[in-house]
Design a protein around this ligand. Structure first.
Ligand code: FAD
Ligand code: NAI
Length: 464
């Protein structure tokens, strides 16, 4: 140790990095975390999960008051007004509270925050600002940032990325979202609910790549009903700012006649790329793969002894909870314990209304591996969803035809993000569809729809 300033130095204080640092400190390791942002918490807390959910919640309240949903329940909101400034203030308050919370946790666990950008000098030495720091173990948790669309420059005024789209000072009349993925649908929902006409331009023939095909189709139908316009199998070839508007040139993905769409705000949300620029990975003896990611083994070791990597910067879904779990596992592995993440059971949630969630294999993926049985149950037949006037969606359970083991669960429902937790737990424990079907579920809850979908795998749901 004498030669080292720290046992563990984590680069990046997002959900991967800050969790790794706290766990390492809890395990008795002398730990520091380098972060170049002014606040801790990374993308997720500062400009990702948290502020987007604050605006999703706020805009949902506004829409419910505005579109008669509340009135239907006898709650009348006369002289309804949108105070966007207040909405942003409450969003910022949520971010401030949570990022300061991480600062408190660092102090409590004696994690030293090294403020500044880190770059490798050698596999055990990192330059942070004007300081050289040596550590026995270095964890790269530098996360990801927005993928730019060639030829389209983001000005964060009229052509924005997700960060700009969280901060619009007024509701655009017409918003065009490039990319029908998670960010496009979540932030598109926010501004649609507040009054924007939203058009989504998606390169593929369907939205939400990676999700189960049934779910993608149903989601498309629901979002259309809500007022989204979709231009599928379409690509943007040019975006030109003209004063306060943007002229977008689009054409079929496969090529063909171009057309122009006018927008007041364009959101570019075509994916994210790992952050490795400026890290001087070569000085540590590392390189990235073709997708710009750092490769690791199952214990999150890179090919260089003492250098580890986790979160968005390594392969796998770019999700905060995946990064967090990897943060715990890497710290436990560094401490000589056994840290494991089951990458087959990582839930994924889109926080629209209704929410869309999945865990495990899609039906298409499962069928490639063998024979499957599928059970589906509509939310319309779930007493709680029906009572709450939230009839959209379904639960789908995919099980192995021979062993009945659950391979995947897909849900569209108002509280799908909460419901998917039970499915993930069941799958982590190797449950069969019968295990779920014979587990007593409280009534009346949305979760009963999962039980009924599991019952449907063997063909015997009760309420349909
Ligand atoms: P990050 O959170 O990106 O953190 C990396 C940190 O490292 C950053 O703070 C960065 O400043 C710092 N850093 C980078 N390079 C250096 C360097 N050289 N020196 C010092 N510091 C450095 N995921 C979900 O699971 N649920 C959601 O609801 C969700 N919503 C999202 C909404 C939006 C709008 C966006 C953009 C993302 C969302 N995500 C969500 C994804 C989630 O934010 C990421 O998966 C998660 O933050 C990844 O964590 P990480 O620790 O790997 O990296
Ligand atoms: P994404 O990968 O979810 O979706 C990008 C979409 O853009 C895809 O549908 C893709 O086909 C499309 N696309 C790509 N190039 C295009 C082009 N040139 N023209 C038109 N469409 C194009 O990426 P997104 O939405 O930017 O989000 C990035 C990541 O952030 C997500 O993958 C997810 O991991 C994370 N995230 C997670 C959230 C959650 O968990 N609720 C919320 C927001 C982000």
């Amino acid at each position: 140790m004498a030669d080292y300033d720290f046992d563990v130095l984590v680069i990046g204080a997002g959900p991967g990095g800050y969790v790794a640092a706290i766990r390492a400190a809890q395990l008795g390791l002398r730990t520091a975390c380098a972060e170049s942002r002014e606040t801790l918490g990374g993308t997720c807390l500062n400009v990702g999960c948290i502020p987007s959910k604050a605006l999703l919640h706020a805009s949902e309240l506004f829409e419910e008051a505005h579109d008669g949903t509340l009135a239907k329940w006898g709650v009348k909101a006369a002289n309804l007004e949108l105070d966007l400034g207040q909405m942003h203030a409450t969003r910022l308050e949520a971010v401030k509270g949570l990022t300061q919370g991480i600062e408190f946790l660092f102090k409590k666990n004696k994690v030293e925050w090294l403020k500044g950008r880190a770059s490798f000098v050698d596999p055990h030495t990192v330059q942070v600002g004007d300081k050289k720091v040596r550590a026995k173990n270095i964890v790269i948790a530098t996360g990801s940032s927005v993928t730019q669309l060639p030829g389209i420059s983001i000005d964060q005024e009229r052509i924005v990325d997700s960060t700009g789209a969280l901060e619009l000072a007024e509701v655009p009349k017409r918003m065009v979202v490039i990319g029908g993925g998670v960010i496009g649908l979540e932030l598109g929902s926010v501004w649609r609910r507040l009054g924007a006409e939203v058009t989504v331009v998606e390169f593929l023939d369907q939205i939400l790549p990676g999700f189960d095909a049934d779910v993608r189709k149903e989601a498309n139908k629901i979002f259309k009903k809500q007022g989204f316009e979709f231009k599928l199998s379409t690509k943007v070839t040019k975006a030109e700012r003209k004063g306060d508007t943007v002229a977008l040139t689009v054409e079929p993905s496969a090529g063909g006649n171009a057309e122009t769409i006018e927008a007041d705000v364009v959101l570019v949300s075509i994916g994210r790329k790992p952050n490795t620029e400026g890290l001087a990975l070569d000085k540590a003896g590392l390189e990235t793969n073709q997708r710009g990611q750092i490769e690791t083994d199952h214990e999150f070791r890179t090919k260089v002894p003492g250098v580890w990597a986790i979160g968005d910067v390594i392969p796998g879904p770019m999700l905060a909870h995946k990064a967090e779990d990897e943060g715990i596992a890497v710290a436990e592995n560094i401490a000589g314990e056994t840290g494991i993440v089951n990458h087959n059971v990582i839930p994924s949630v889109v926080y629209t209304m209704p929410e869309i969630a999945g865990v495990g294999l899609t039906e298409e993926e499962a069928k490639k591996e063998g024979e499957v049985k599928v059970g589906k149950f509509p939310m319309l037949a779930n007493s709680r969803a029906k009572t709450n006037r939230e009839p959209d969606g379904f639960v789908k359970v995919i099980a192995d035809a021979k062993t009945d083991r659950v391979l995947g669960v897909w849900i569209i429902a108002s509280v799908a993000g909460t419901m998917i937790g039970e499915a993930a737990l069941a799958m982590e424990f190797g449950a069969t569809s019968e295990d779920i079907a014979y587990t007593c579920h409280a009534h009346p809850t949305h979760e009963e729809a999962l039980k009924e979908a599991a019952m449907a795998v063997t063909g015997k749901p009760i309420h349909i």
